[in-house]
Design a protein around this ligand. Structure first.
Ligand code: NAP
Length: 226
């Protein structure tokens, strides 16, 4: 399948690499491909620049957000949450129309230091903002409640016995997202309903961030027991 992964950070790299390993035809989207490839400095978390990753994944294409979206049959939004609406606007509403848009972004506000707060909460969410801004895209929120490595290799934590949540307005898109998650290795996929459930999964972030501090590792996830 042709998949566009919008975002060159750790999440974009991790998802693009895994999809490519699973046989998909992947193009990563960025604002300016030349500038992205010219970057020498590590990112804010100390990860190596994008070019170093791409050298290890020469089969993954790099294009503008619009080129990656036009290339694809399905899309992943792995852009910084506060910039996602802008980035998707650059991708172009027409290039998103009718396609699964798997939104893994969190709208985190780092402007007041650590831990970050949420730019949107309670009565709205980034997932809903994206669905409203791009009504013809088929938005499914998922995977935003864990670190990138766990998103694509759930078995890296507790043998994979923990949960991922999906929500969105389009049942067909949720089925497509569920199939993709199953290919990543997910066994426990909980459908929380329509896209308003993104309020809940995005508001998991404050506890996730505190847990990372307490556990001193991002390699954990939530398991729901009844
Ligand atoms: P990130 O640093 O949050 O985002 C990088 C991407 O955002 C880049 O592609 C960048 O574009 C784009 N971007 C930044 N500012 C922009 C602007 N003003 N306009 C348009 N695009 C802009 O990378 P990340 O850590 O990989 O996270 C990606 C998303 O996943 C975030 O929303 C994050 O909250 C969420 N998330 C992250 C993790 C994790 O493990 N890191 C876990 C769960 C969810 P360029 O390519 O042009 O630089």
């Amino acid at each position: 399948m042709r998949i566009g992964v919008l975002g060159t950070g750790m999440v974009g790299q991790t998802i693009a690499g895994r999809l490519s390993e699973l046989g998909d035809d992947v193009m990563v989207g960025t604002r300016d491909p030349d500038a992205t490839l010219r970057r020498e400095e590590p990112d804010a978390m100390g990860n190596p620049p994008f070019r170093a990753w791409q050298e290890q994944h020469p089969e993954v294409k790099l294009g503008t957000f619009a080129e990656a979206a036009a290339h694809s049959e399905a899309l992943v939004n792995a852009t910084a949450g506060g910039a996602s609406i802008d980035a998707l606007g650059q991708a172009g509403a027409a290039n998103l129309a009718g396609k699964l848009l798997l939104d893994v972004a969190n709208a985190l506000d780092f402007s007041h230091g650590m831990p970050p707060s949420l730019l949107v909460a309670n009565t709205d969410s980034l997932g809903e903002q994206i669905q409203r801004a791009f009504p013809d895209a088929r938005v499914v929120k998922a995977l935003n409640t864990m670190t990138a490595a766990v998103m694509v290799h759930p078995d890296a934590v507790a043998g994979g016995d923990h949960h991922v949540f999906v929500c969105g307005n389009d049942p067909g898109a949720k089925a497509q997202a569920t199939e993709l998650l199953t290919r990543f290795g997910w066994r426990n996929i909980t459908d929380l309903g329509d896209i308003t459930a993104a309020r809940a999964t995005e508001m998991v972030l404050p506890i996730w961030l505190r847990l990372m501090g307490a556990l001193q590792t991002p390699m954990f996830n939530f398991k729901v027991v009844t």
